[in-house]
Design a protein around this ligand. Structure first.
Ligand code: GDP
Length: 304
């Protein structure tokens, strides 16, 4: 909870203040109240559909006299936000999927700079601490410095890493890493991938090739394909997610840099639009700043 409160401070200031100002303004709960509530929620970046859903449900509650005054409605808003997150509308599961036996392989995709390498470093740290045997694969052989950056994390986390020479076929790094993970009984293999967007088609083909190679070696793998999105990019993040989702079977979302934005409500919009579970959120740069996504803590971090 501490992490959420600290990491969401900027969002809380913005979202919380907007809602508080809104509530201070209205004396009665009338149609104007609901219309302005919708605007306020949309401004807070929870997305159009979520804003409408909340205001519709509040209208009902007000009609049924369950919530008669402003303070009741304030409480109901928080409850609704939590509910929208918890009611995994699409049967989503926001926990990590592990192989019942043998190595679990998790592929990370997303454009450059969103925080893929950092997220892998943080997760490697977490699972290493849980006594898992963790292997990293530096399959972004394209971006200068990407491999070095992952090597740094591997050293810091005390986990092993497979790398390739600059510009070798990233699929060959993946191939070597999967073999090693199988032969040497690793519990988890995290694969970092390239994220250049200049050439979408090539990138998507490259990701598809990596996936084929993984599945050929281990039929149930990859066990997760996580798309990493930068919360500070707002609606852009949703566009990126759509692009990747069209060509890869993405299984979940990691939303990074929530500490750097006042638009934390974007999580609601992303989840609502993508029909994908948010599995992890990045709330800072340190290894301990990656947290599993917990709806209640999240909403309470946004507004309390
Ligand atoms: P990649 O290109 O997708 O691998 O992105 P990187 O892992 O290199 O991250 C890009 C920058 O974002 C780095 O400076 C990271 O330290 C920073 N970063 C990643 N996640 C977070 C986060 O949750 N919060 C903050 N504040 N910075 C982050």
């Amino acid at each position: 909870t501490d992490h959420y409160e600290k990491g969401l401070e900027k969002s809380r200031q913005s979202f919380g203040e907007k809602l508080n100002a809104f509530f201070a303004k209205f004396r009665t709960v009338d149609e104007d109240f609901f219309e302005e509530l919708e605007d306020t929620l949309i401004q807070a970046d929870v997305g159009y559909q979520v804003a409408m859903r909340i205001s519709d449900e509040l209208r009902n509650e007000a009609k049924l006299q369950k919530a008669k005054n402003k303070n009741d409605l304030k409480r109901v808003i928080v409850d609704k936000l939590i509910e929208i997150y918890q009611s995994s509308g699409n049967g989503e599961d926001n926990t990590m999927h592990f192989a019942p036996e043998g190595p679990t392989i998790i592929l990370f995709v997303g454009v450059n700079g969103v925080g893929k390498t950092t997220t892998i470093g943080k997760l490697a740290n977490l699972y290493h601490q849980q006594d898992k045997k963790v292997l990293l694969a530096a399959a972004d052989t394209f971006r200068a410095g990407a491999t070095e950056q992952l090597i740094e994390w591997a050293n810091r986390d005390h986990v092993d890493i497979v790398t390739g020479a600059a510009r070798v076929d990233p699929a060959s790094v993946v191939f070597d890493a999967v073999k090693k993970a199988k032969n040497e009984n690793y519990d988890i293999l995290f694969v970092d991938t390239a994220g250049r967007l200049q050439n979408n088609v090539n990138l998507m083909q490259e990701l598809a090739k990596m996936k084929r190679i993984i599945t050929r070696e281990l039929p149930q793998a990859p066990h997760e394909v996580l798309i990493v999105l930068d919360a500070t990019t707002g609606q852009n993040a949703i566009q990126q997610a759509k692009l990747f989702k069209e060509s890869t079977d993405v299984t979940g979302i990691v939303l990074t840099k929530l500490d750097g934005t006042a638009k934390g409500g974007i999580v609601l919009a992303i989840r609502d639009e993508m029909h994908l579970p948010v599995k992890w959120v990045g709330l800072g740069e340190k290894a301990s700043d990656l947290r599993p996504f917990m709806p209640e803590e999240f909403v309470k971090g946004l507004y309390k």
